[in-house]
Design a protein around this ligand. Structure first.
Ligand SMILES: NC(=O)c1ccc[n+]([C@@H]2O[C@H](COP(=O)([O-])OP(=O)(O)OC[C@H]3O[C@@H](n4cnc5c(N)ncnc54)[C@H](O)[C@@H]3O)[C@@H](O)[C@H]2O)c1
Length: 313
């Protein structure tokens, strides 16, 4: 199957950076018109300094290769900024088919050292930025009955890392947003998915070996850390070729796989469940080797439990 974008228009936020720039260029190469959004800030998002050069360089590269792109320098961390990104797509290309909510900043360290300001800065860009850009484009995608929204999340949020408490909290929020928007969008032809990349970029090259804990496999898998190992996944998710929604996909070390939330079959009873009963059944409650289910959404968990209890579903 050839994945192409024809006359489609794709917004990529944070597209001046490592991964976002790769996504924007790949999509443009496949025919899509791209809004290259990037405020050109620091990795942490601190300070007032911004640079138009980030987005401009990517637009220049796309134009140089014969593609269609326009730059936008707004911060997606505000609804007004995200609105202007959306308007850049409408004003220049007249439509929006897909949004890749990729903009991100990073702060890491020991939990005690990270401040509430650190948390809020990450929440504003990751959760706020994803929310704002999806909400800006949503009515137009809904009106046309078509859309693809792709969210950048992280194993820091889905799987955890002791040094990424604030970042993980923000990326976990992005995951929750995707889960809910996937349900809200599907009846309108808007398919939402998320990806968890692992790639060399400005953000990750700032992190010294060991700063996120011991990782003896970093060197072994390092050769598969170019953005090109994530670009195909995100390009596919943003395209009409992708017909599924509500997925989280991990790209790590040359492997792409679906990540999912499963709930063990656990322990079921008719009586109220006291702490002693929980203690007595703890192994069963935690056991994933003897069956688990992956609910499609939160109502589906009710169906599963009703079915497990032999009730009418
Ligand atoms: N590289 C990895 O291994 C990795 C792992 C997990 C998740 N991620 C996520 O992938 C995405 C891309 O990261 P990257 O590694 O390419 O980092 P990067 O720092 O190279 O790129 C991020 C870009 O986002 C831009 N940006 C930041 N705040 C913005 C805002 N408010 N509005 C608009 N643009 C803004 C920055 O200027 C930067 O160019 C991020 O969401 C990041 O958290 C990356």
């Amino acid at each position: 199957m050839q994945v192409s974008f024809g006359d489609q228009v794709v917004i990529v936020t944070g597209a001046g950076g490592g991964l976002g720039s790769a996504f924007a260029q790949e999509i443009a190469q496949r025919g899509g018109a791209v809004v290259v959004n990037d405020l050109g800030g620091s990795v942490t998002g601190e300070g007032e300094t911004t640079s138009r050069g980030y987005a401009d360089a990517v637009v220049e590269a796309i134009h140089g290769a014969g593609g269609r792109a326009v730059a936008n320098y707004d911060s997606v961390a505000t609804p007004e900024g995200a609105r202007r990104v959306f308007e850049a797509a409408m004003d220049n290309f007249g439509r929006v088919d897909a949004v890749i909510a990729n903009a991100g900043n990073m702060r890491f360290g020991d939990f005690e050292e990270l401040s509430y300001d650190d948390l809020n800065s990450l929440l504003a860009v990751h959760v706020g930025g994803s929310w704002n850009i999806a909400q800006a484009a949503w009515p137009e995608m809904k009106r046309r009955g078509y859309g693809r929204v792709v969210f950048a999340t992280s194993s820091g949020g889905t799987l955890g890392n002791a040094h990424l408490t604030a970042y993980g909290a923000a990326k976990g929020g992005v995951m929750g947003l995707m889960h809910c928007l996937a349900e809200a969008g599907e009846p309108h032809g808007i398919l939402c998915n998320a990806f968890m990349p692992n790639a060399i970029s400005r953000m990750t090259s700032d992190i010294k070996p060991g700063e996120l804990g011991d990782n003896p496999w970093a060197a072994t898998l390092g050769q598969h850390f170019a953005p090109a190992y994530t670009t195909g996944l995100v390009t596919y998710l943003a395209s009409d070729a992708c017909k599924t929604h509500h997925g989280i996909y991990s790209a790590l070390g040359g492997r792409i796989g679906r990540a999912f939330v499963g709930i063990a079959n656990g322990f079921t009873t008719d009586a109220p469940i006291d702490a002693e009963t929980v203690a007595a059944n703890w192994d069963l409650i935690r056991d994933d080797a003897h069956g688990y289910e992956i609910p499609k959404n939160n109502t589906d968990e009710w169906r599963i439990v009703a079915q497990q209890r032999g009730l009418a579903v």
